[in-house]
Each structure stands twice: as structure tokens, then as C-alpha cells.
Write a protein of this length. Sequence first.
Length: 114
Amino acid sequence: MFRDNLKDLIDYKGLRTKELATLTGINKRTIDSYLDSRAVVPNAEIAVKLARALDTTVEFLVTGVDSANKEQRIYEDFEIYRKYKNIALELDSLPPDLLKPITAMIHTAAEMKS
């Protein structure tokens, strides 16, 4: 859970691991160890640094829930991002001639919903 939340928040914020390392003062290799398949969980001090740099809480990094800040817009946007990120990546890989009608179809469907 920590690994997935950390990875998704880094992506959501548009950061690279190297940039997060600079922001937190944590060695890049150390951050990589939290993101790789071993899924090492950091100690509390490092978790706090990561949470602050990502504008979240340690609770959210560990559990995926921030009970003190459930109403914050960032978490709503983040959940939308997390839900559709794979679709967005696939859309981004399409050639423009295919993407244009798909985009129009999505906009039409969204307008019909309103």
C-alpha cells in the first residue's frame, strides 16, 4: 500500500524520483527502495519528509486515507487521476488522427450527461 500510494503521488505531482530526493534530502536510492518490488517501508522521520514534500500526510501514504483531511480537493482529484491514469496513458499513445474522434466522443458524452 505505501509503495503504491507513494508511486502514484509522485506521478500525480509530476515529479521524478531525483526531484523528490532533492526536495526531501533523502538519497535517491533510498526512495527507489520504497518504490521497487521489495516495498521497503521507511521509518517515521523519512515518511514525514516524503509526506511534506508531496503535500499529504503519512497516514495517506500508509493507508490511502487521510481521516483529518477527507474534504481536501487534492484527494478527490488524486482518486480521479488514479482511477483513469492507465486510460490517459493509452490515449496519449494514440496517433492524433485516432485521438481526435475519441476526444470528441468523450466531450459529447460528458455534455449529454449534464
